[in-house]
Design a protein around this ligand. Sequence first.
Ligand code: ZN
Length: 253
Amino acid sequence: MRTAIISDVHGNLEALTTVLGDIDNRKADRIICLGDILGYGPNPVECVELIAQRCEWSLLGNHDYGALYEPTNFNAAAEQAAYWTRAQFDKEPDGEEAERRWEFLGQLRVRCLFNSFLCVHGSPRRPINEYIFPEDAINSPVKMSQIFDLVDHHCLVGHTHVPGVFTNEPEFYPPTDLGGVYKFNDDERVIVNPGSVGQPRDMDPRASYAILDEDEMSVEFHRLDYDVEAVARKIYAIPELNNWLGDRLLEGR
Ligand code: ZN
């Protein structure tokens, strides 16, 4: 079985459709989403529709939580974007349609077990909000060992928007160090981050996702060009979305 793992779409429709097209070409058997469908980007409603249609399931991310319930620990630009995002769902004139979308968002899970993989948006101990940063592998060994204590075998996370593989050494391997593919070893625990579809933050603006091959027990990372400028232009045209949200897409930070 080949499972496409996407995360952190953040209302970026151009990036999402590009990634879904690539997933179709590579003939993955299913798609799962690790959360943050919403927040920052200009097309939250369209992205929710596509995720609902195309993904087997999605998790709840902190920005989905922010739009659905309330923004927690957000900076001013993110908070304003969350309220704008909520308003896009609220302005749907068809009451049933609006209800269906809110229901989809309301049933998103905080964590789930997918075969040998524990899946969360943030981290196993704080599923919605905790970041597992690449530098934690070097700077925060206690944090990493506490987190790995909660991982029996493998774990899938998003949230940092930085793709790569954490092992319980602890060590972090970006896809460029792995030649794009990581093969799981029997005796290690591993946390995989597929990176962000809609707002990459590893100084590479291309959309990021991964494909998990459970027969080979490997994960391959993919990067895709999409029309970043078009999305930035949409953001610049929406007063409630801070221009910086467009600028950062162009730079991938
Ligand atoms: Zn995110």
